[in-house]
Design a binder for this molecule. Structure first.
Ligand SMILES: NC(=O)c1ccc[n+]([C@@H]2O[C@H](COP(=O)([O-])OP(=O)(O)OC[C@H]3O[C@@H](n4cnc5c(N)ncnc54)[C@H](OP(=O)(O)O)[C@@H]3O)[C@@H](O)[C@H]2O)c1
Length: 253
């Protein structure tokens, strides 16, 4: 349960190694979150983050195994985590892969790997998470979508399509949860300097994990359903969404 001042007290992160997720939980712990479960493919790689969060004042911080691609395990995973740690105020869906677009255009298996993690993995785990949050009667699913899914670009349409899929799924899930006490907040960052984008040329309005974390905090405080990071993307994407395709194709993005 959030405390009397509305601060988040407990957070489950799926994709616990994500730079954006780690900046977000650091910010939430600074604002009194006390229980953090970081779930990732290799829990041992999360030891440094666990120590850091304990140092910032979190009292229960654990790293557990979770693979977004292992969809058969998701129901049991979610049941075990909620049975072990109790209610969560925030469940942050932060896993994702950029993938190799040139290879994915030529090899369907590579394309499916991207879609499996980003879209199928999200659908598979979001449904049992929503069920548990519905049962507890409160909580917010915060999902890292992307502006890339808002209008899919030629240069990364496989990733973009997977984000479009997860984004629209989560908006529908959000609608289905109205009245349950549970919310879904879809976060649409532009280019963020993280491991995922290392070595890539930044696009305009590039940001940092800390600024996305701040946008997430503001969104949680306001109860937002969609968060653009930075906020100017709301207007940029609104214009780009309606640009005729022959023109859109020519943009150097
Ligand atoms: N960086 C950007 O420009 C940007 C922009 C918009 C949206 N996003 C989205 O933000 C989210 C976080 O990305 P980030 O920028 O923080 O990148 P990141 O630091 O590379 O984080 C991505 C995380 O996803 C995890 N992951 C990948 N496949 C997984 C799987 N099958 N099961 C469990 N975890 C898996 C990775 O875990 P491992 O450590 O095991 O590899 C890694 O911790 C992603 O969904 C990304 O699409 C990023």
């Amino acid at each position: 349960m959030q405390d009397a001042l509305g601060a988040v007290q407990s957070v489950l992160v799926l994709g616990g190694g994500s730079d954006i997720a780690q900046a977000t939980v650091r910010a939430l712990v600074r604002r009194r979150a006390r229980t953090v479960v970081l779930a990732g493919r290799d829990p041992n790689s999360l030891t440094g983050a666990v120590d850091e969060l304990r140092g910032l004042g979190a009292t229960t911080v654990e790293a557990v195994a979770f693979d977004a691609d292992a969809t058969d395990t998701h129901d049991d995973f979610v049941a075990e985590i909620f049975d072990t740690y109790g209610d969560f105020d925030v469940v942050l869906l932060a896993f994702g892969v950029q993938g190799d677009q040139p290879r994915a255009e030529r090899d369907g298996r590579v394309a499916v790997d991207i879609v499996r993690t980003n879209y199928v993995g999200t659908v598979s785990v979001a449904v049992p998470v929503a069920e548990r949050l519905r049962a507890q009667g409160h909580g917010t699913i915060v999902a890292l979508s992307s502006v890339a899914g808002e209008r899919v670009r030629r240069s990364n349409f496989v990733y973009g399509s997977s984000k479009a899929g997860m984004d629209t799924f989560l908006l529908g899930l959000s609608d289905s949860l109205v009245g349950s006490g549970v919310k879904v907040m879809v976060v649409r960052p532009g280019f963020v300097h993280t491991k995922m984008t290392e070595g890539m040329e930044p696009t305009p309005l590039a940001s940092t994990p800390e600024s996305v974390a701040a946008a997430i905090e503001r969104g949680l405080a306001k109860g937002s359903e969609i968060v653009w990071a930075p906020p100017q993307f709301r207007f940029v994407m609104s214009a780009l969404r309606h640009l005729p395709r022959p023109l859109f194709r020519k943009l150097p993005i």
